[in-house]
Design a protein around this ligand. Sequence first.
Ligand code: GLN
Length: 446
Amino acid sequence: ETLLNRVQAHDGDLNSFITVCPERALAQADAADARRAAGRAGPLTGLPVAHKDIFCTRGLRTSAGSKMLDAFVAPYDATVVERLDAAGMVLLGKTNMDEFAMGSSNESSHYGPVRNPWDTATVPGGSSGGSAAALAARLVPAATGTDTGGSIRQPAALSGITGLKPTYGRVSRWGMIAYASSLDQGGPMARSAEDCALLLGAMAGFDPRDSTSAQVPVPDYAAALGGELAGLRIGLPREYFGAGLDADVARAVEAAIDEYRRLGATLVEVSLPSTELAIPAYYVIAPSEASSNLARFDGVRYGHRCAAPRDLHDLYTRSRGEGFGAEVKRRIMVGTYALSAGYYDAYYLKAQRIRRLIRDEFLRAFETVDVLMGPTSPSVAFGLGEKADDPIALYLADIYTVAVNLAGLPAISLPCGFKQGLPVGLQIIGRHFDEARLLAVAHRYQ
Ligand code: GLN
């Protein structure tokens, strides 16, 4: 009730929720009380959570931030929703996001932009900007996000919270509306690494309903939080501290890394030479997959349908024309172009080759270091509308996050300071399935 009241009082300014579900929340809270009274409570029982509106929730609108799905009520729960539900968490509502998770500022949502609680004239980051802003404003203690090219880590950094993008395959994608299937990964967002550890433990694990779900045992992340830093080898990718990085962000990140050195870690300079190719490769691969995934929204089976279609072609054209926003249309066009006969080899295949190079460079670095550290974002939160008319400027801000998705690696962003009152995020990248170490290393700083 306290949090529902806080949402009521403050979310008018922030716009971090698309849907709030008070009746469901209060009923779940009662059920959690009963479970506690019966001695069957776990560490998450009774704790409120908000899901990014890309996770299907039975009986509750799941919009993906799009007019296309404004009236869509999912007939089933996503695996992530089901698992946190089974842990006894209380669903407060669904958070705002960039349309179909395409964006880095939460300005492409059909439901309007989200404002950053630290300064409401700035963006909270995206695409999981609603979850990040709700956490930062203390409207909810735990939330979910998805990260295709940075959408958990970058809003975590810009909003001053902690967010973990798990290894590809670690968390089931079943019931998560697809953007770019080979890159999409759901994960926890919270106030601390410790809270993320509890959430990830409940979310992660094999799911036969997701064909790319990994059959790898889930460790007890919370139990692994202790541990010394002595002997930890931290790699600092030279390319992550070069031109384009804001000087104050660099200073905050370097100070945090120096703290790790003081605590006993060893710093090693490494090189990831293909870093500058990550954005062009990502912005070919992600739109290509999106153009294919979004073909299902045809106005026939679900989603927006135009009024009085003349024939089938008119139905497709107007339903899609009316249902999708400008950024989604841009991605569909870019992706369709890149996949078309005659251009496939030059763009899509080339991007896939770069993807392999990027992955190999990370794996080589991990032969000599345990984790990599650097900034999550080249700048702090920027002004609402500042980059809205310049998609390329927005894409370039993804420089430190997209390579991780291309390589399928886990990475966490945690707060490490401020620039003029706006939060700075430190990113820690790990080996495949080494989330326990990332959480423990982040926890040590917090
Ligand atoms: N900003 C990137 C994009 O727009 C990443 C988004 C995401 O991770 N969902 O594609």
